[in-house]
Design a protein around this ligand. Structure first.
Ligand SMILES: NC(=O)c1ccc[n+]([C@@H]2O[C@H](COP(=O)([O-])OP(=O)(O)OC[C@H]3O[C@@H](n4cnc5c(N)ncnc54)[C@H](OP(=O)(O)O)[C@@H]3O)[C@@H](O)[C@H]2O)c1
Length: 266
């Protein structure tokens, strides 16, 4: 299925992990892509892999090194992009990180850094591109949250708050932007094998690791496939796995059932 043929994607955090898998998946379906992350070196390597997945020689795979937490910088990158390539069809706000830890061990700066990247990173790009989407009367924004964006997990108070914020931001914008033919989706992956998860695992409290033993870790390509299918179907809430979808529904409709799986061991 080549349903992203000639569509432009802007993907943040695209040099590795889920962002790169999303870029590879979109490339396989004929899209043009702007990959954004901070390190140009990592972007160069990723662009080679993404280019290798393209199905036509005229697909454009561009890279720009930029920190999405800096509003003026990302705004200027995106305005330049629109001037040169037109309004993109898809904006994927994927750049993010998790710093697990108990509140007595995390610093205020840890809380702020997660909010800055996971939440304000989405706000900065969206705020810049929405006027262009409105003018073009089209656009689809995918914000990457997490299962920790709908489940308040112990050991994740900073991360959960930032990812709950992403869902609230997305749900509000979904309603606000619908009259302009702009769609909004939110992706809630489970634990996914990425460089980010490796870093996160190194600092997880032992009780968190014990609780997570029962949960499956999936590959970034599984998450990307679910996300791209969800975009095609214009789904709002995209929870990639059966277990994840079940957890989402149980938490929403019978929260007492989910409690036994997420409580902190005594
Ligand atoms: N992996 C999981 O288990 C999991 C589960 C649920 C949700 N998620 C969410 O999925 C998203 C991707 O996670 P991941 O595990 O794939 O992450 P990852 O492997 O750590 O990759 C993160 C990407 O974001 C870029 N990045 C980091 N800070 C940035 C900044 N300030 N500005 C621009 N780019 C930045 C990184 O490149 P540079 O270092 O070059 O900037 C990299 O390309 C995140 O939002 C994460 O919270 C992940």
């Amino acid at each position: 299925m080549k349903n992203f043929e000639n569509r432009w994607f802007v993907i943040t955090g695209a040099s590795e992990g889920i962002g790169k898998a999303l870029a590879e998946g979109a490339a396989q379906k004929g899209a043009h892509i702007l990959l954004i992350s901070r390190s140009q070196e990592k972007l160069n390597t990723a662009a080679i892999d993404v280019k290798a997945k393209t199905i036509r020689t005229d697909q454009k795979i561009l890279t720009t090194a930029c920190d999405v937490t800096k509003f003026d910088t990302i705004k200027s990158v995106l305005e330049d992009f629109v001037r040169e390539n037109g309004t993109p069809d898809y904006l994927i706000n994927n750049a993010g990180f998790a710093q697990p830890g108990y509140i007595q061990d995390l610093t205020i700066d840890d809380y702020r850094r997660m909010m800055d990247l996971n939440y304000f990173g989405c706000v900065h790009t969206t705020k810049t591109l929405v006027p262009h989407f409105i003018k073009a009367k089209k656009g689809h924004i995918l914000n990457v949250s997490s299962m920790a964006g709908f489940l308040g997990l112990f050991g994740y108070s900073g991360y959960c708050a930032s990812k709950f914020a992403v869902i609230g931001f997305s749900e509000s914008l979904k309603r606000e932007l619908k009259p302009y033919n702009i769609s909004v989706s939110v992706l809630c992956p489970p634990n996914t094998k990425t460089p980010g998860l490796d870093k996160e695992n190194a600092t997880k409290p032992k009780e968190v690791l014990m609780t997570e033993e029962k949960a499956k870790t999936v590959s970034a390509s599984v998450v990307a496939k679910a996300a791209l299918d969800g975009l095609t179907k214009k789904k709002f809430m995209i929870v990639p796995t059966f277990d994840g979808e079940l957890a989402y529904r149980l938490n929403r409709y019978v929260p007492a059932v989910i409690e036994q799986f997420v409580k902190r061991p005594e």
